[in-house]
Design a protein around this ligand. Structure first.
Ligand SMILES: C[S@@+](CC[C@H](N)C(=O)[O-])C[C@H]1O[C@@H](n2cnc3c(N)ncnc32)[C@H](O)[C@@H]1O
Ligand SMILES: Nc1nc2[nH]cc(C(=O)O)c2c(=O)[nH]1
Ligand code: SF4
Ligand SMILES: [Mg+2]
Length: 221
């Protein structure tokens, strides 16, 4: 069973798939604790806040309410809601706290493509075809070995930045792991003007890419 915080259909607003119609599956639970995290409502799993799967779709605002669902129930939900997007983004919270093979395999059989957004602090359990976005949480839970294998598995790296030290930490991580990713995105933290300037200047200097959170500028989910 997966713990589902919310399900919604929108446009992917970050990194390589920006602009792609997507169904978002946000899973509940994350122990990493990034100070600037924009989804803190997903951190705790409190049984008092367990609701029905339909309620997770009908949410009007962010909340820490969540529902249990199997891979089959997730697929049924997509069908019953009449979603038309064929790309599914599994995020959180930290989705890699769960074995994502069952849900990704089922979705692939049904003609969907899948993508995971992960911090690289848990082992990634997902099929080969799944696009993996690693937003490496350096010096956080999980340790060096887990983070290194996540970096190797990643199809793209997406690193939130606000200060020069965040750029330096990322470069140190590449050097330490020996991973030289083809796609590196910098994502300004919380649309701050100074963070955006830092990200633009660094992307130009290093030939990396800029990921702004398009959905936040548009005021959509
Ligand atoms: C909320 S996280 C959930 C998935 C997973 N826990 C992770 O960190 O990748 C989704 C993405 O949003 C990024 N993010 C979170 N808060 C942000 C913020 N305030 N500004 C920019 N990016 C943020 C994360 O680094 C990650 O790339
Ligand atoms: N539109 C949209 N794109 C996103 N890309 C990553 C998101 C996330 O919260 O993981 C996100 C999100 O919450 N909304
Ligand atoms: S790992 Fe992801 S969900 Fe967890 S606190 Fe950090 S940004 Fe938020
Ligand atoms: Mg988000």
């Amino acid at each position: 069973m997966y713990k589902i915080n919310e399900v919604f259909e929108t446009i992917q607003g970050e990194a390589s798939f920006t602009g792609t119609p997507s169904i978002f599956l946000r899973l509940q639970g994350c122990p990493v604790g990034c100070s600037w995290c924009d989804t803190k409502q997903t951190w705790d799993v409190d049984n008092v806040y367990k609701v029905s799967l339909d309620e997770t779709v009908e949410k009007k605002a962010d909340s820490d309410h969540w529902a249990d669902a199997s891979a089959e129930q997730v697929l049924e939900l997509f069908k019953s809601r009449g979603y038309t997007a064929k790309h599914v983004v599994i995020t959180g919270g930290e989705p890699c706290m769960f074995d994502l093979n069952p849900v990704c395999n089922l979705l692939h059989e049904q003609g969907f493509t899948t993508q995971i957004e992960t911090s690289g602090t848990f082992e990634i359990l997902a099929p080969e075809q799944t696009w993996v976005t690693v937003s490496p949480k350096i010096n956080m839970r999980g340790g060096y070995e887990v983070l290194t294998s996540a970096m190797k598995r990643a199809n793209e790296i997406k690193h939130p930045v606000a200060m020069q030290k965040h750029v330096e930490e990322l470069e140190a991580l590449f050097a330490k792991t020996g991973v030289n990713p083809k796609l590196v995105y910098l994502q300004p933290i919380s649309q701050k003007v100074s963070a955006t300037k830092l990200a633009i200047d660094t992307c130009i200097a290093k030939n990396w890419r800029l990921s702004i959170q398009v959905h936040k500028y548009l005021g959509i989910s």
